[in-house]
Design a protein around this ligand. Structure first.
Ligand code: NI
Length: 279
């Protein structure tokens, strides 16, 4: 299976700012990844840990502490699609598992990712959002507004609402027309691709299954951190001759103490960027 994009798909991505569904892997393989994630969650809940597991799954740097996350970042099917948009040299800058339990009411308000990353308004980035369970309007799939990536970063405000999966409960401060949004329905093993300036949101999970998606943020080596003192990435394909990012190695085991220390450093550096204008 190859997920290399056709010329028509690439054109569609540039026009709409998103593309879906892209077949990244088969049923058996995606079932395996879901099982592995749920085994990690189960084991973690039975052990004593300082932090809730969300610090790692949702914090943006799961690939520092979980081999599973690093493997997903390096998955051939995903990388073939991403290479079609960003070229042969690829860095995984971040990865988050967005999990909505049935009926937990969690949502994501309308926002643009690049508002918070300190990477400027570069087009040398893309998010691959891989479904580990069915993403449907009932389970709270993402919603995109076609062409909205042609906006610059628009004003956002922080709500800090409890039900928001975003760290600051951030949302776009201007009205987004819901009727212009597209539901990004995905079967397990399929992914969507979206530009970091895309207006996007998602509703609550009203299905009986967990809604599990993993968002992997890819950049090419020309991107650089413009706000923070330093930034980190996992080289997953080709080479990085520019070295704007500090490279870390894929972890060898779950939650290794040395990896946990690095994870805390990275989280601190990322928070300094994400929360820079919060007083
Ligand atoms: Ni987002």
């Amino acid at each position: 299976m190859t997920a290399t994009l056709t010329a028509a798909q690439i054109e569609q991505f540039h026009r709409d700012g998103f593309l879906f569904p892209v077949e990244a892997m088969g049923h058996e393989e995606i079932r395996h990844y879901r099982r592995e994630l749920e085994t990690i969650e189960q084991r973690y809940s039975e052990e004593n840990h300082e932090h809730a597991i969300g610090r790692y799954l949702l914090g943006g740097s799961a690939n520092v502490v979980l081999p599973l996350a690093a493997q997903l970042c390096s998955h051939r099917g995903i990388l073939d699609a991403v290479e079609s948009l960003l070229g042969p040299d690829l860095l995984a800058w971040g990865i988050s598992f967005f999990i909505k339990e049935p009926g937990d009411g969690k949502i994501v308000t309308w926002h643009q990712d690049l508002t918070y990353w300190g990477l400027g308004e570069t087009s040398d980035q893309v998010t691959a959002w891989l479904a580990l369970s069915p993403a449907t309007p009932v389970s709270g799939c993402m919603r995109f507004v076609a062409g909205s990536h042609k906006n610059a970063v628009v004003p956002h405000r922080d709500t800090y609402s409890e039900n928001n999966l975003l760290s600051r409960g951030q949302e776009i401060a201007v009205e987004v027309k819901e009727e212009h949004a597209t539901n990004i329905e995905l079967a397990p093993g399929q992914l969507s691709l979206h530009h970091g300036l895309m207006f996007h949101s998602s509703g609550p999970n009203q299905s009986s299954d967990r809604r599990i998606g993993v968002a992997i943020r890819y950049v090419n080596p020309s991107v650089r951190q413009e706000v923070g003192a330093r930034d980190y990435a996992l080289l997953v394909r080709g080479a990085d001759r520019v070295r704007n990012f500090i490279h870390f190695a894929a972890p060898a085991r779950d939650f290794d103490p040395a990896d946990l220390l690095l994870h805390e450093e990275i989280l601190e550096d990322k928070a300094a960027v994400n929360f820079r204008d919060v007083s």
